[in-house]
Design a protein around this ligand. Structure first.
Ligand SMILES: NC(=O)c1ccc[n+]([C@@H]2O[C@H](COP(=O)([O-])OP(=O)(O)OC[C@H]3O[C@@H](n4cnc5c(N)ncnc54)[C@H](O)[C@@H]3O)[C@@H](O)[C@H]2O)c1
Length: 298
């Protein structure tokens, strides 16, 4: 591992737990979260509290910034903006002040504007959607992540810190698998947590997903490579979980044809995600290993 001391914000959460497990044998990991994190040195505090963040950043070489209100349902719009935007500002500023070398910032594919609410899909300009595609957030959570990306860019441009932005899609935790399986079994009839899950199956209109072990490994890759670049890098499984091929489903959802910049991608892998995964592959050496589509559909 390139970095000896790594702070994981959000270490007490779902993705934080997988990330700590991925990193802890390779470097000294500590955490910052409102919730306790098991088995690692830990600052229990808020990313909204600049003093707590500064304390947690002392002596760190790198930060994986995960802590956030993680979706549109996690607070009012004002609360989501407050926690995610001010919290990320605090992390970036404290990192710079503490001489941290690299910060990985967790954004979300929702910044492009068509993943959260089934009915509010802004058609993409072209496929696959890459890091250059316009961002059009349509809800407070997505907007908060866009603003986090902009702050990350600004700190990267100042040149004192390396900043890497990753955009995971819906993280498919084992806890939610029963819902995803129920949806796959009855795509038209599925209405929500009928299978007893805590949340309905997600992934936006195209049913994107990524396994949390893959996201944790992507963070490790972003810490290990010499020159990760800024990104933003989409992190997504190799396929969607939707029954229809991606281009057909998108046409059905948007009522129009979308410019295919890489027709071979969707010819060779009809269920390829909307997103361009070559950025993560080329710059981070990361490709998702877990293919749930095979598990669901054989
Ligand atoms: N879960 C997904 O599908 C998904 C998809 C794309 C991006 N993300 C992003 O991934 C990250 C992790 O999400 P998750 O699925 O682990 O959710 P989670 O709720 O399990 O984890 C979020 C963690 O952040 C902590 N946190 C919240 N507010 C805080 C504050 N003010 N100060 C300190 N800690 C605070 C929570 O206590 C929690 O432990 C988030 O940044 C989220 O936006 C998640």
């Amino acid at each position: 591992m390139r970095f000896e001391n790594v702070l994981v914000t959000g270490a007490g959460g779902l993705l934080g737990g997988y990330t700590v497990a991925e990193l802890r044998d390779r470097c000294r990991v500590s955490g910052l979260d409102l919730l306790p994190a098991e088995g690692i040195p830990h600052v229990e505090g808020s990313i909204e509290d600049a003093d707590a963040v500064a304390r947690a950043c002392e002596g760190q070489d790198a930060i994986v910034h995960i802590a956030a209100r993680p979706n549109v349902w996690s607070g009012s719009g004002r609360e989501i903006i407050q926690t995610n935007v001010v919290g990320t500002w605090n992390v970036l500023e404290a990192a710079e002040n503490a001489g941290v070398k690299r910060v990985i910032v967790t954004s979300s594919d929702s910044v492009v504007g068509f993943t959260v609410f089934e009915g509010a899909m802004i058609p993409p300009d072209y496929l696959p959607v890459d890091g250059e595609h316009p961002r059009r957030p349509t809800d407070p959570y997505a907007l908060s992540k866009k603003l986090c990306e902009d702050m990350a860019r600004s700190f990267a441009d100042r040149g004192k810190l390396e900043v890497v932005v990753v955009r995971p899609v819906y993280v498919l935790y084992p806890e939610f698998e029963c819902e995803v399986k129920a949806r796959a079994a009855d795509p038209k009839g599925y209405k929500g947590p009928a299978a007893g899950g805590r949340q309905p199956a997600g992934g936006g209109p195209m049913w994107h997903y990524i396994d949390p072990r893959d996201v944790a490994r992507a963070y490790r890759c972003a810490l290990e490579v010499e020159e990760p670049g800024f990104g933003p890098y989409f992190l997504c499984g190799p396929t969607t979980l939707a029954p229809e091929p991606t281009v057909d489903r998108l046409r059905d959802r948007t009522g129009r044809e979308t410019d295919l910049r890489d027709p071979a991608l969707y010819r060779d892998n009809p269920h390829a995600p909307l997103y361009d995964l070559t950025g993560a592959a080329e710059h981070l050496g990361f490709r998702a290993a877990h293919d749930l589509r095979r598990v669901l559909y054989g």
